[in-house]
Write a new protein. Structure first.
Length: 517
């Protein structure tokens, strides 16, 4: 069964909530029962304060516990008189003769002499035996529910009471198999001194109907709250899952649009959280793809146009030779060779750029001095620049130049392209300035001509493929529009940076930085 992401998130929220709710219910139920049982036990101890005082008064009259040890009838009498429900007798402070403890005309129940004593520790009267059933025999009585004690002991304290002397030896009570440490105790004092302890065994369960009714009511309230919380959790989990996945669904739709090459697709940014950041990143990616698509279309259009120009010239000259319009002489061959060479250089440049974009451009780096490579390249161009009327001013420490890891052939191609660019576009007569500056972690080379400059808005585009500030003039001078793009590729493959500025002399300034080893 394949579940949607909405269902998975909903089930995750729901399962977490149910587990948390279950743990909370169990904890609340347990601690409520334990806390209420402790409260009931403390209430029992509070009700036994006067009973302990009565035992202290009895000890004061007798001087010791000997009269109570083993005297079951006396202990039963103490319990009866000390645990009366009626407020007139509850908590009597002394256990003297019965005639002295009741007001005139109000005598307690007196058992006839020939009647056996009542069973004080039974929870209630035994049910009458059931008649036997044929073929089955006697049926065992059903399990009796806990019942409150007799009217004089509604909290059933009698069977759980015991008296201990100062040596923690049992004096009275039927709890001789329970250690002293298991009791909650109240001190029994006589003449201001402790003479023993009244012990009360903690209840194993609540038996009073009012206590049970209270816990039952609390349990019903807890379950009602739990059911309400669970219903609310289901609703909130479902709405939250749908709300959280709404941007994801929009993202999936937008991604399919990109797959269909609709790069103008954008996502609305509706929040500042991670989903909002995801929408921003998607929009940035879509814009980058849109620009890349536009550049690719422009690249294909431009490169086809650039290749068409030398091919058209070659075809026209060949057709002129074939038609006899032009004679096959040295000038014609040189013209054909120049166009073929231009076409070959352009194809090589395109190939090199494609290798660089694919990450397959081979760079053989060795330790070398880039200042030396630049000085050698300037020296090779000195004659051509001089013939063009361009004076060279250099400040290059070729021998003292710091070394970097670089490919000498690629650096030579870099500087050659830049100087070829000066020959094609710099006004003559003019001045070419070349200098270097060493920084803490890099070395910078600057190449500046004397003009003309480049419009400010065109400076960031100079290193784009096939970009020309003046297309007609540049094409006539033989440039392919790929030289500066190749320069940028070479510099970046060496971890450096290149940028174009308008120099102080009014010409174009190219700055190149290489990181030092």
């Amino acid at each position: 069964m394949k579940l949607s992401l909405t269902a998975k998130i909903f089930l995750a929220f729901l399962l977490t909530s149910v587990l948390s709710l279950t743990l909370m219910l169990v904890s609340v139920r347990y601690f409520t029962y334990q806390g209420f049982q402790a409260y009931v036990h403390q209430r029992e101890l509070d009700n036994l304060q006067s009973f302990a005082a009565g035992l202290g008064a009895w000890f004061k009259q007798n001087g010791n516990w000997d009269g109570l040890k083993g005297n079951r009838a006396l202990w039963d009498s103490f319990i009866r008189s000390g645990l009366l429900v009626d407020d007139r007798f509850k908590g009597a402070a002394s256990f003297g003769p019965l005639e002295n403890r009741y007001p005139a005309g109000q005598r307690p129940f007196r058992r006839p002499e020939n009647q056996p004593p009542p069973r004080l520790y039974r929870s209630g009267p035994s049910p009458p035996p059931l008649p036997p059933r044929e073929g089955i025999g006697l049926r065992p009585p059903p399990q009796a529910q806990p019942q409150p004690g007799p009217s004089w002991d509604p909290m059933r304290l009698g069977p759980r009471l015991a008296v201990f002397d100062l040596r923690k030896t049992l004096v009275a009570g039927q709890l001789d198999q329970i250690p002293f440490s298991a009791f909650s105790t109240l001190p029994i004092k006589s003449h201001g001194k402790q003479v023993g302890w009244l012990g009360l065994e903690p209840p194993r369960q609540l038996t009073h109907p009012q206590d049970q009714a209270f816990l039952s009511q609390q349990t019903k309230v807890i379950w009602a709250i739990a059911a309400s919380i669970l219903a609310l959790t289901v609703i909130i989990a479902w709405l939250l899952a749908r709300h959280m996945l709404a941007p994801v669904r929009k993202l999936a739709t937008a991604t399919r649009a990109l797959r269909e090459r609709r790069f103008d697709t954008r996502l609305p940014v509706e929040s500042s959280d991670e989903l909002g950041q995801l929408a921003k990143d998607f929009n940035s990616m879509a814009r980058a793809l849109e620009r890349y698509e536009e550049r690719q279309q422009q690249w294909l259009s431009d490169i086809s146009h650039e290749l068409r120009t030398p091919l058209a010239v070659l075809l026209s000259e060949i057709e002129a030779l074939q038609d006899g319009v032009r004679q096959m002489d040295e000038a014609s061959l040189l013209s054909l060779h120049g166009e073929a060479d231009r076409l070959n250089r352009m194809i090589n440049d395109v190939h090199e750029l494609s290798l660089a974009e694919a990450g397959d451009l081979i760079i053989n780096k060795v330790m070398l001095k880039p200042g030396q490579v630049l000085a050698d390249t300037v020296e090779r161009f000195r004659r051509r620049l001089g013939q063009a009327g361009i004076k060279i001013e250099t400040e290059i420490a070729d021998q003292a130049s710091p070394a970097i890891m670089a490919d000498e052939e690629r650096l030579s191609r870099l500087f050659t392209n830049l100087l070829e660019n000066v020959l094609r576009h710099a006004a003559t007569p003019g001045v070419l300035k070349v200098w270097q500056k060493q920084k803490t972690d890099a070395i910078k080379f600057s190449i500046e001509d004397s003009g003309p400059g480049v419009p400010q808005e065109a400076l960031p585009k100079l290193f784009d493929r096939l970009y020309r500030v003046d297309p007609s003039r540049t094409r006539n001078t033989g440039g392919s529009g790929l030289g500066l793009a190749i320069c940028k590729t070479i510099v970046e493959s060496h971890g450096g940076a290149i940028r174009a500025l308008n120099g102080a002399s009014g010409g174009l300034l190219i700055e190149i930085e290489f990181p030092l080893v």
